[in-house]
Design a protein around this ligand. Structure first.
Ligand code: AVJ
Length: 328
């Protein structure tokens, strides 16, 4: 039986060198921040999956129901036999798309899954080959840019194939400021061929209490997810952050139209970081910003699309305009 699942690592730069550079740029002095991709070690990825099941975290359910109701139409409109997903995680929602894809393309159905976490890719791959007997899966472990570069190289090798449907779901684009988000959409657009589509899931602005609860669930899963970043830093940088010295906060920032995840130092702390041969001095109440999660309105979406050179084909909105699925 040919292997229907394979995985390779596509980090362009050494992933550890990248963490060093990001830590140097964001953490040595206040205001301190880190990019959110470092959340997703095996434990962080599992915690994120649990967040998706909390009653407060509405984006996953809204997007899943949009996908479930429109999967057939999406696959037909894309005319694609290959689905390329950035930030695939467990690929649970993607199953709604893979079902009609396999029905339409049979053994020509291909799924290229990209995530920063190799463990979650292998877990999803094992489940999907069972569930979809004709589907073949290639996993690309690395960040979005590394995956897009690998896809460009592959295409140069193999010539131009069939139409592909790219997906970038879960409002993961919301992790990026405008300039970065536009650069990422441009990179996706440059990787796409003239017959390819991009399905983009974006969370919309809604009442503040709903948004804030989604990022501070009562079971404390999001808090554990946020604090897990400190254990990643301890392991990767020989640091001694004490999780008990920090609390999780997730306020909505109105001016930036975004939830920000913060780790707030409860008392003055000294944190040793061996890799940098330094000690960080944090004051009481000091904030480490670990994530932005932007909440979009129509104007913001128009601006992103205009900047990216992607054209709107169709848009599906969840009830009350709380979530958008855009076919580009
Ligand atoms: C996976 C980036 C889309 O921003 O909503 C969930 C991550 N952080 N709860 C988001 C997250 C806290 C999530 N994304």
């Amino acid at each position: 039986i040919p292997e229907r699942y394979s995985r390779r690592t596509v980090e362009v730069r050494d992933a550890h060198a990248e963490l060093l550079a990001d830590f140097r740029a964001g953490m040595l002095e206040p205001p301190r921040s880190l990019p959110p991709k470092y959340f997703y070690d095996a434990r962080g990825s599992a915690l994120f999956d649990t967040i998706c099941d909390t009653p407060e975290y509405y984006p996953t359910r809204l997007e899943a129901s949009l996908l479930e109701r429109n999967a057939e139409a999406i696959i037909t409109a894309a005319g694609a036999s290959t689905l390329v997903e950035l930030g695939s995680g467990t690929s649970r929602k993607t199953e709604y798309l893979l079902a009609p894809l396999e029905r339409a393309a049979g053994e020509q159905a291909h799924y290229v899954a990209n995530d920063v976490c190799p463990e979650i890719l292998d877990e999803a791959g094992a489940r999907l080959v069972e569930r979809f007997p004709q589907l073949s899966i290639r996993a690309l472990a690395g960040d979005y840019i590394a995956a897009l570069e690998a896809l460009t190289d592959d295409q140069a090798e193999s010539g131009h194939g069939e139409a592909r449907l790219f997906t970038f779901l879960g409002s993961s684009l919301g992790n990026f400021e405008d300039a970065e988000a536009i650069a990422l959409l441009q990179a996706i657009r440059r990787t796409m061929g003239p017959d390819d589509h991009l399905l983009l899931g974006l969370d919309r602005v809604k009442p503040v209490d709903v948004m804030e609860a989604a990022y501070d669930d009562s079971a404390g899963v999001t808090a554990a997810f946020n604090l897990n970043l400190l254990s990643v830093l301890n392991r990767e940088l020989g640091a001694d952050f004490d999780e008990r010295g920090f609390v999780h906060r997730a306020p909505f920032n109105h001016g930036g139209s975004r939830i920000e995840m913060h780790l707030v130092a409860q008392a003055p702390q000294q944190v040793r970081v061996d890799t940098f041969d330094t000690t960080l001095e944090l004051t009481a109440g000091e904030v480490i910003r670990t994530e932005i999660s932007r909440k979009f309105d129509a104007t913001m979406i128009d601006r992103l699309l205009a900047g990216s050179g992607l054209l709107r084909d169709r848009e599906w909105l969840a009830g009350d305009g709380w979530y958008s699925l855009l076919m580009l």
